[in-house]
Design a protein around this ligand. Structure first.
Ligand code: AMP
Length: 176
C-alpha cells in the first residue's frame, strides 16, 4: 500500500531542461489530469486548513489559480487573485521584487482584503521562495489578521522555506 503523498508524487511529471537547460521542471498538469490525485490533493489541503479560520484563499498567477479556487470552495471562503502588472482592472497595490535577472512585480486589488481576514496564500511550487515572499509582503500591506502559506511542491534542495519569518506557517504537501 502506498501513501496518499506517494501516489501524488508519482503523478507529477518531471521535464528535464525546461524552460532552459539545467531546470528540472515539475509538471503538475499530470497530477490535475488524474481524478483520484486531484481529489486526494484537495482532501489533504482541506484537512490541513479546515480548522484555521481561513476567510480568503489568495492564489498567485497562474498555477496558483487551479488549487486556490478548489480549496476556497471546500473551505467556504472567497478567492483572491495576485496577478502580473496591468491585468487587474480596479485600483491595485504592487510589490516589486528581485529575480535572478532584473526585477519583477505582482499586484493585488486594494480592496481585496480587510483587517479581519485570515489569509491562505497558495502557489503550486516553492523554489527559491522569492515569488511567495513578495506575495506575503504584498498581502501584509492590507494588514490581514494572519497569513498562512501553502505549496503543493517544495524543491527541498533550495531551502526556500528559510526565507520566511518564523511566525509564518509555510506548509508543503510534497517534497521533491
Ligand atoms: P521561486 O520564486 O523561485 O520560488 O519560483 C516559484 C515560481 O516559479 C512558481 O510559481 C513555480 O510555478 C515556478 N517554478 C520555479 N521552478 C520550477 C520548477 N522546477 N518546476 C516548476 N515550476 C517552477
Amino acid at each position: 500500500m502506498i501513501t496518499r503523498e506517494e501516489r501524488l508524487k508519482e503523478s507529477v511529471r518531471n521535464i528535464p531542461d525546461f524552460p532552459i537547460p539545467g531546470i528540472q521542471f515539475k509538471d503538475v498538469t499530470t497530477l490535475f489530469k488524474d481524478a483520484e490525485c486531484l481529489q486526494i490533493l484537495s482532501d489533504i489541503m482541506y484537512e490541513k486548513y479546515k480548522d484555521k479560520g481561513i476567510t480568503k484563499v489568495v492564489g498567485i498567477e497562474s498555477r496558483g489559480f487551479i488549487m486556490g479556487p478548489i480549496l476556497a470552495t471546500r473551505l467556504n471562503t472567497g478567492f483572491i487573485p495576485i496577478r502580473k502588472p496591468g491585468k487587474l482592472p480596479a485600483d491595485t497595490i504592487e510589490e516589486v521584487y528581485n529575480k535572478e535577472y532584473g526585477t519583477d512585480a505582482i499586484q493585488i486589488h486594494k480592496d481585496a482584503l480587510s483587517e479581519d481576514d485570515v489569509v491562505l496564500l497558495h502557489d503550486d511550487l516553492l523554489a527559491t521562495g522569492g515569488t511567495m515572499l513578495a506575495a506575503c509582503n504584498l498581502v501584509n500591506k492590507l494588514k490581514p489578521k494572519k497569513v498562512y502559506v501553502n505549496f503543493i511542491i517544495e524543491l527541498a534542495d533550495l531551502n526556500g522555506k528559510e526565507l520566511f519569518d518564523k511566525d509564518i506557517e509555510v506548509e508543503t504537501i510534497l517534497s521533491m
